[in-house]
Design a protein around this ligand. Structure first.
Ligand code: PLP
Length: 329
């Protein structure tokens, strides 16, 4: 079925590279490992949100928005890329970050360089703070557009269905067979849902396996990704049916919780850096890669499989002092 057109603002450097990781494969004595470099999407440090923002900005512009408002954790990559997208398209940007002001390091420094206004929630509720900012912008005569956490709406997630078409084109052009699995970091579920829809729409024999960053498995699969995959498929005009069994996630790597970098993440960051010259991040891709490595070591992923690790970005967080110190320890 043909995908319904969505207005799109070109922001990303696409297609992102598809590369083999032979040295990491050999080090793990395991499957053929490949990587999709969405850390190289090109918008102020790159990452998975750039693809989503192309469509979200399209929707914002169609509504005549003047201010983008979004929110996240202090080191949010989504907020940094939203700030860059706003700068690129001449919009104001207000970021609602959880907690009290901290030193401008990592993504927070970049948010500031990109000209975003930062509103800290303090002890207040983040949704309520975003609503207050929304009303403040309206009162100032500016039309605000609210981008959901992680850009994970059916519009944003649709970008990852399109990303599967991009991948399929790369496989055909290089005469490569499909992967057995795609493994990546899953949190607000937009990347996960979009990939699941894209794989099903193209009938690829590939498992889409999200490593949960911060949620129990059933919360991620049933409450978030399943719902969003259905909405995204509908939004794109696909008559695809999704059931619980179609959505795959592994929540065995939550460690000390969101944003807490433990030994597994640290090892994964070092392995990717030292065998492939690829930088992961401490919160998302480090955890997803730790999951990948563990699944290989436990034999859940067989040595004869072909695996695609979808790099979703996040490198600036390495320069937040808590992570820099832990990585050097
Ligand atoms: C680097 C990185 N990887 C993965 C994710 C998770 O993507 P999603 O929110 O689409 O599940 C995020 C979300 O913030 C991210 O910043």
């Amino acid at each position: 079925m043909q995908t319904k057109p969505i207005v799109r603002v070109r922001l990303a450097h696409l297609p992102t590279p598809l590369e083999a990781m032979p040295r990491l494969s050999a080090a793990l004595g395991g499957p053929e490992l490949w990587i999709k470099r969405d850390d190289q999407t090109g918008l102020a440090g790159g990452g998975n949100k750039t693809r989503k923002l192309e469509y979200l900005l399209g929707a914002a512009q169609a509504e005549g928005a003047q201010t983008l408002i979004t929110g996240g954790a202090p080191q949010s990559n989504h907020c940094r890329q939203t700030a860059a997208a706003a700068a690129r398209t001449g919009l104001r940007c207000v970021l609602v970050l959880a907690g009290n002001p901290v030193e401008p390091t990592g993504n927070i420094l970049l948010d500031r360089l990109l000209g975003a206004e930062i509103v800290w929630t303090g002890d207040a509720n983040r949704d309520e703070t975003m609503q207050r900012v929304f009303e403040r912008e309206q009162a100032a005569g500016r039309k605000p557009y609210l981008i959901p956490y992680g850009g994970s709406s059916p519009v944003g997630a649709g970008a990852y269905a399109a990303a599967v078409e991009e991948l399929a084109g790369q496989l055909v052009a290089r005469n490569l067979p499909p992967f057995n699995r795609i493994i990546f970091a899953s949190s607000s579920g937009g990347t996960h849902s979009g990939l699941a829809v894209g794989i099903r729409a193209l009938n690829m024999p590939t498992q889409v396996l999200g490593i949960s960053i911060d949620k129990p498995e059933v919360t991620l699969t049933d409450d978030i990704v399943l719902q969003l995959a259905r909405q995204t498929a509908r939004r794109l005009g696909h008559s695809l049916h999704f059931a619980t069994v179609d959505i795959h996630a592994d929540a065995n790597y939550l460690g000390g919780g969101y944003g807490v970098m433990g030994q597994p993440e640290k090892e994964a960051i070092h392995l990717f850096a030292r065998h492939e010259g690829i930088l992961l991040d401490p919160v998302y891709t480090g955890r997803a890669a730790a999951g990948l490595i563990d699944l290989i070591r436990r034999g859940v992923i067989a040595a004869n499989e072909r695996i695609l690790f979808w790099h979703t970005g996040g490198m600036p967080a390495l320069f937040a002092p808590q992570y820099t110190a832990a990585l050097m320890a």
